[in-house]
Ligand binder design. Sequence first.
Ligand code: AMP
Length: 293
Amino acid sequence: MKLWHTREDLQGLEEIRRSGPLVLVPTMGALHEGHLDLVRLGSELGQVLVTVFVNPTQFGPKEDFGSYPRTLERDLELLSKLPVAGVFAPDTSEIYGDNQEVTVQPGHRGQGLCGGDRPGHFAGVLTVVAKLFGLTQPDICIFGRKDAQQCLVIGQMVQDLKMPVQLVDAPTRREDDGLAMSSRNRYLSPEQRRQALCLSRALSTGKQLLMDGCRKRTEILDAMIGVLKEADQLEYAEIRQVPDLGQPEIINGRTLLAVAARVGPARLIDNFVLQVNDNQVSDSYLLGTGRIS
Ligand code: AMP
């Protein structure tokens, strides 16, 4: 496994590319099994390049950029046990050092949900992803369904800007009790860790109502919000259509149930992607090439 820090180092990618399609797995480090699942999926598709970069431009001024966990040594140890061809872990100056005037702005998919009260968040995400695509020119790039809106916003960028990369969304990896894995779970005390389970429970409550035949958005949301009262602060609970993120009153077709809440010091998000038909509800994907489970 090669470790690269500079843009010049990336010349080494040419050799890797000779052995198969280049599969990019972008991360901010502090890796957990969810990230490692993306790597495992990537290794089925080609030669995996993992990037570890805490991107300053996607954090708001009151967010945890300064305290975000940076655990590169441990990350490298975890990755060295998997089929990873290379790791690119640049400094901020390597990515943002030159004068920068052009950024990538999201379209309507960036509005609301995680874009609502975080102005500039998705522009920060899109700009860094576009830079990583430019630097590494991957054939395939894998994102986690855990960040559902991010997947859809990036999908729109790739489509609209005609970027020659195939996107794949990977299922959300959970702890045994249902908590979605997140680098931010380490901020939680044991009590807060129990409280945090209300996010996945709210989603299960919404899914159960759909399975029981309810199709009314407001009814399902009310039930989900009831469960989320256990969080310290609800940020949002939403039901959106996939992939355009429209807000239907009657649920039908590919559907995103998405929640965000504060528990103690952590802002946590979670979602279910479901295919809702007249009398059937099943798990689904976000992007055309996504894996369901
Ligand atoms: P992050 O380091 O949080 O920016 O995440 C890097 C990638 O890992 C993103 O594509 C995330 O959606 C994905 N990811 C984060 N948590 C999970 C999880 N629990 N299961 C699957 N993928 C995840």
